[in-house]
Design a protein around this ligand. Structure first.
Ligand code: NAI
Ligand code: 15L
Length: 273
């Protein structure tokens, strides 16, 4: 299902990185109608290009390749990179070197708008009984969250120095359904993901802005009131899944850091175990 009626706003060419991933496969279908050409990239197999698509597989750590990737695009939806807690080497290549390459290429090719898929794990060591907003200080919960915090700062530098606008989307949990009680607060439907990305692509002025990628959930750790200028209006809610999730996970262990902190199990995953 697609979230909104076909938009009259058309881009000549949009770039979607991470197009072979979970969210990339969703947005691949959904972004096509907003542009004449959808350029797709990933280090993983992208399959065959459909009409209106062009596939440019590459490693984001390849600076020359990333430069070519950005040539001739109007805007970038940057999903590519390591998306979970992993060893430092792949995080360094994709999320540190790769993001630097992306912004350098944007500067050199004249691309002026990026939607950057950041993560709630930039903020994972805030507690679940605290509501944070766009101005709250980062508290990454691992190397992955730390790398996304770096990406957010690269984006800010390239706005301050070069005027390249970025909507930083600190995505909560974007899956078909919320999978546990924490995700009742962090969940974002795929339809709302599409709404948020399109809002970021079409908002008149973005500058460097932070928004939390969540649906209209009754419980939330995040306050998006400082991102009203983006015009994102979520239409879905985790509330529809609440009874099912609570039945599947009736008891919470209040001594488990995954229950106490917003980052959930990420706060005790990986090199800090
Ligand atoms: P995913 O792991 O399914 O997709 C990421 C894609 O990036 C993969 O297809 C992978 O092959 C590609 N990639 C990894 N390293 C690469 C490299 N060196 N060069 C080129 N491509 C590379 O992740 P998912 O769930 O689709 O997430 C997309 C983005 O959104 C990621 O940046 C992730 O950090 C972010 N995000 C997603 C959330 C979610 O709930 N799905 C929550 C928070 C953030
Ligand atoms: C993320 O950043 C991950 O990319 C995703 O796979 C989920 O684990 C999500 O956060 C989450 O916190 O639920």
């Amino acid at each position: 299902m697609l979230a909104t009626p076909a938009s009259p706003l058309r881009f000549k060419r949009l770039l979607l990185t991470g197009a072979a991933g979970g969210l990339g496969r969703e947005l691949r279908q959904r972004l096509a109608r907003y542009c004449d050409t959808l350029r797709l990239s990933d280090i993983a197999d992208l399959g065959a290009a459909a009409p209106g698509e062009e596939c440019m597989p590459l490693d984001l750590a390849d600076a020359a390749g990333v430069h070519q990737l950005l040539e001739g695009v109007d805007a970038v939806v940057h999903l590519g990179g390591v998306s979970t807690e992993q060893p430092w080497a792949p995080i360094l290549a994709a999320n540190i070197v790769g993001v630097y390459n992306l912004y350098e290429a944007a500067r050199k090719t004249g691309v002026t708008r990026v939607i950057f898929a950041s993560s709630n794990h930039v903020m994972g060591f805030w507690r679940q009984n605290q509501v944070i907003d766009a101005d709250t200080a980062p508290r990454p919960d691992g190397l992955y969250g730390l790398s996304k915090a770096f990406g957010e700062d690269v984006a800010r530098l390239y706005f301050d120095r070069y005027g390249i606008e970025t909507l930083v989307v600190r995505i909560g949990s974007s899956f078909p359904e919320p999978q546990n009680r924490r995700m009742l607060a962090t969940w974002m439907s795929y339809d709302d993901l599409e709404r948020l990305v399109v809002a970021g692509l079409t908002a008149p002025v973005v500058g460097w802005s932070v928004i939390y990628g969540i649906s209209d959930n009754a419980t939330a750790f995040y306050d998006n009131s400082k991102a009203r200028h983006i015009g994102y209006r979520p239409q879905d809610s985790s509330d529809a899944f609440r009874a099912k999730v609570e039945a599947a996970q009736p008891v919470l262990d209040m001594n488990d850091p995954a229950t106490l902190y917003q980052g959930g199990a990420f706060v005790r995953t990986g090199p800090f175990e």
